[in-house]
Design a protein. Structure first.
Length: 98
């Protein structure tokens, strides 16, 4: 994948977020995801905490992947409910796609 931009995304899993069943307009090849969202067609690859992307802008990518939200605070609040612990531990880095 030729990368035009990169974004640091700690505590985030592109695989868990895209492959969780909440979104279906993507393909995965050689570790990169090609995504169709509305009229946007772009590619993203995760390498550790780094997201490499092309075909879209930073603002859109952060909003789509919910990287603009404080998920540490959200997870802390969710962990008050013991019934959610197993799900949170099974899919670390999962985000709600928007």
């Amino acid at each position: 994948m030729t990368t035009s931009s990169a974004l640091l995304a700690p505590n985030f899993s592109l695989k868990h977020s895209l492959e969780s069943g909440q979104f279906f307009r993507f393909t995965r090849k050689d570790g990169a995801y090609t995504i169709l969202r509305g009229r946007r067609f772009f590619r993203v690859r995760q390498n550790g905490e780094l997201l490499e992307y092309d075909g879209t802008d930073l603002w859109f990518l952060k909003e789509f992947l919910s990287l603009d939200l404080d998920y540490a605070a959200i997870e802390k609040a969710l962990r008050r409910d013991r019934r959610l612990w197993e799900a949170l531990d099974a899919y670390p880095g999962l985000r709600i796609l928007r």
